[in-house]
Design a protein around this ligand. Structure first.
Ligand code: GLA
Length: 785
């Protein structure tokens, strides 16, 4: 039976809360889906949303139905889908919606499988996706704060995008017979800013796109209040403590309680330990949310794989792995096991009368591929396009209309003594060759932009090969311009001069990792470490899923039959690449590998199991071990204080702004009395009370970091994610070494008026929440040998 509710109780998109009260009584039938005062309402009946997140761009189209069936069988009644703007508009004005990008087909499949759809079209998404889903060409416009702001340079293209989304997907709304129940505006905007008018502009853009279902916004529990506006329903994102999350929502608005992202696990970044979710806690939390009458979306129900070159990057610069398994209940290859079973059991208790759980779909076949060699090579530097850009001093690649890829920079250095070549910036990694020999590398992760150059008897060509990995997907740092950026200086004892007159050649991999024309040769390039493409093949009688073992290679990209599979990096923790069966042909299959550092063995085999948790730090680019020691003796702290108990984010203003390049937080004691410290996030506030941009930040010193039992890396304190944290070492024989201290280097001196501290999240029993502390600021707070 359909119960019609008074309009007053309904929150539809076109009517803000205030407007609703004035809505005429005599109107057309109530919308099929609405947000009531205590519940979501479907045809007038309360609906608890049990949603699972899956990104269709991260799952081979041939498997969409299989994964949707698994999500349904887990006990979900909805699927949450981001649209990544840059995936559909890599070149300005050229929209792509077919094949793997066919969002309409995805919605139709979801509907056919009995799942509602929650659409999250951005314009910003985050999601460990290149630039958080924003298109790179926006960066042709100057400025470091215009993205996700009311600046026209952002608003106009974003409006066009949302209009296009409406054109394509408007017909998929429940109001038009489709499965889309609700549409999200922006993503966790309160994490970035408090500009409510920006959200109003984006909301209007979604309405102008023709959406007429309810619109909502999401924010982490900590930030739900910052950007709440009555016109948008608010949901809270968290990975623990649903009671606090729901309470925060209650304080803001009338309406059902919903967790917009409950984390089943977490994503991995290259070089850091594999993450796992706490399954027992997740089940308890979900059970509690449903018992409280709430709704939730599981991020991720099925993570899948960030195929191609779409991986994002955490702040300050920690690129995400290609596997987006996420430790989700439906694994990267669509497998379900014990974890899935526990979710299914929990959700089965919360079905509506008459609802039946289907059986999960059968596991797809897996095969192994015997080891095969890649014996043809094409050295990168010998395969660059002939056409070159001439530049006095290199600018970011977006200025040259290069989107991403390999960029080679050539300049001539006259004869002379040894010296140091120093760029203003080099994103992301670069190999510097002098007279054809590798002199050193530049590495954004450590903000290492200088290389020692030997003495030269004659004019010598310096060639710098730069490789872009991913644009940061979080915070203001999404203004992540790539390339070698001048001025590039050459410094000797006698002085410094700028290197001018550059030739720039690029292999632009474009949207889908298009391979350039390559001249293959039958033998290995001289010097195993030369960056090169490699080619080989394997024969397949059948086509089934497999996991390519890349552990003996260095770092680069894999293509299968011309299709870009993704990036690999043998530092781990991911060592295998999921290769879906439908992308394999019966007969001969061609594999091309770009390897920048050179393989230990130029062979690949297909395994039947993934390897997601094996670090090989020895495979990383050479870097001298850190000898950093704090240098605080005799210094007066700029502030001494005491944090409030609990998980809430706290802003602290110093008595007077301090000036310096480095900031040390020294932990005097913690709430649980243990000698361990943890910090989820540490932001620094400028004179205007807003967080300083963290693009150039590094960790100058951490007294210790837990690296084995969990990822307690100090970088977690400055990556913008409240869910992970820096934790002092505790596993094995690690004993706390003296006072816990964390020293952040800002890259340049700045005025620091205060700090924004986010404690480790979770219940009050977690270790490491800081009570009393001191802060030091100075240009040099560490000594180094
Ligand atoms: C945030 C974002 C998501 C994703 C998760 C981490 O909550 O909203 O897009 O990036 O963090 O996986």
């Amino acid at each position: 039976m359909t119960v019609l509710l008074p309009r007053r109780q309904l929150l539809g998109a076109a009517s803000g809360a205030a407007l609703m009260l004035n809505a005429p009584v005599a109107q057309a039938a109530a919308p099929r889906f609405a947000i009531g005062e205590t519940d979501f309402l479907l045809d007038g009946q309360p609906l608890q949303i049990r949603c699972g997140e899956m990104h269709f761009a991260r799952v081979p189209r041939e498997y969409w139905r299989h994964r949707l069936q698994a999500i349904k069988a887990m006990g979900m009644n909805a699927v949450c889908a981001y649209l990544f703007w840059n995936y559909h508009e890599w070149r300005e004005g050229q929209y792509q919606w077919s094949g793997q990008r066919d969002a309409v087909e995805f919605c139709k499949l979801a509907q056919a499988e009995g799942l509602w759809v929650i659409l999250r079209p951005g314009p910003y998404a985050c999601a460990e996706w290149e630039m958080g889903g924003l298109p790179w060409w926006l960066l042709k416009h100057p400025g470091d704060a215009f993205l996700r702001s009311r600046d026209d340079a952002f608003v106009q293209p974003a409006r066009r995008w949302l209009k296009e989304v409406g054109r394509v997907l408007g017909g998929q709304q429940i109001s038009h017979g489709g499965p889309i129940l609700m549409v999200q505006v922006e993503n966790e905007y309160g994490f970035l800013s408090d500009d409510k008018d920006y959200l109003r502009v984006m909301r209007q853009a979604v309405l102008d796109g023709g959406f007429d279902v309810p619109l909502f916004q999401c924010n982490p529990t900590n930030a739900v209040g910052r950007t709440h506006i009555p016109e948008l329903f608010t949901v809270a994102n968290f990975g623990s403590d649903p009671a606090t999350g729901f309470k925060a929502l209650d304080a803001l608005q009338k309406g059902p309680k919903m967790c917009g992202e409950y984390y089943s696990g977490w994503f991995d970044t290259w070089g850091a330990p594999h993450r796992r979710g706490d399954n027992t806690r997740a089940i308890q939390d979900i059970d509690a949310m449903l018992n409280a009458g709430g709704s939730f979306s599981l991020y991720m129900a099925h993570g899948g794989t960030t195929f191609g070159l779409w991986g994002g990057c955490d702040r300050p610069f920690r690129p995400d792995t290609t596997s987006y398994d996420y430790d989700a209940p439906i694994g990267e290859a669509g497998w379900v096991g014990e974890k899935f079973r526990t979710y299914r059991e929990c959700l089965a208790k919360h079905l509506k009368p008459g609802e039946v759980l289907p059986e999960p779909p059968a596991r797809l076949p897996v095969m192994t591929i015997p080891s095969f060699a890649l014996t043809e090579t094409a050295p990168v530097l010998a395969n660059l396009p002939a056409a070159a850009i001439q530049a006095e001093s290199p600018k970011n690649i977006e200025q040259y209309d290069i989107s991403r890829g390999l960029v080679a920079y050539r300049v001539t250095l006259p004869a002379g003594p040894a010296g140091r070549l120093e760029a203003a910036n080099a994103r992301d990694l670069a190999w510097v060759f002098v007279g054809g020999r590798l002199a050193g590398t530049m590495d954004t992760r450590h903000r290492r932009f200088a290389v020692d150059i030997p003495a030269r008897k004659a004019d010598t060509v310096v060639e710098i090969l730069l490789y872009t990995i991913a644009r940061v997907n979080f915070g203001m740092e999404v203004h992540d311009r790539k390339g070698l950026q001048g001025p590039v200086m050459f410094k000797t004892k006698a002085g410094a001069r700028e290197l001018k007159g550059w030739e720039i050649r690029a292999v632009d991999f474009g949207a889908d990792g298009e391979l350039p024309p390559l001249r293959w040769q039958a033998k290995r390039p001289s010097g195993a470490a030369a960056p090169a493409f490699w080619r080989g093949s394997f024969d397949a009688a059948t086509a089934a899923d497999t996991f390519l073992d890349m552990s003996t290679w260095g770092q680069g990209i894999v293509w299968i039959n011309g299709r870009c599979l993704g990036r690999y990096w043998s530092i781990g923790p991911t060592q295998t690449m999921y290769l879906p069966g439908p992308w394999i042909k019966a007969g001969r299959n061609e594999v091309v590998v770009l390897d920048l550092t050179g393989p230990r063995a130029n062979r690949i085999e297909g395994k039947s199991l993934p390897v997601l948790d094996q670090l090989q730090p020895d495979r990383d680019l050479a870097r001298p071990p850190s000898t950093a020691r704090p240098r605080l003796a005799g210094l007066t702290p700029v502030f001494t204080g005491q944090f409030a108990a609990g998980p809430a984010t706290q802003d602290v203003r110093f008595d007077a702004p301090a000036h310096g390049r480095q900031l040390c937080i020294e932990v005097l004691d913690t709430f649980d009395g243990q000698p361990h410290a943890a910090i989820a996030e540490l932001a620094l506030l400028g004179a205007d009370g807003k967080p300083l941009n963290q693009t150039a930040w590094t960790i100058a010193y951490a007294s210790s970091e837990e690296a084995r039992k969990e990822d307690g890396s100090a970088l977690n304190a400055i990556n913008g994610q409240a869910t992970d944290y820096w934790h002092t070492a505790y596993s094995g024989n690690a004993r706390p070494v003296g006072t816990p201290r964390l020293i952040v280097d800002l890259g340049a001196s700045a005025d620091i008026a205060g700090i924004r501290y986010t404690p480790r999240q979770g219940p009050d029993s977690v270790t490491g929440r800081i009570r009393r502390y001191r802060v030091f600021v100075g240009d040099k707070l560490v000594d180094q040998d």
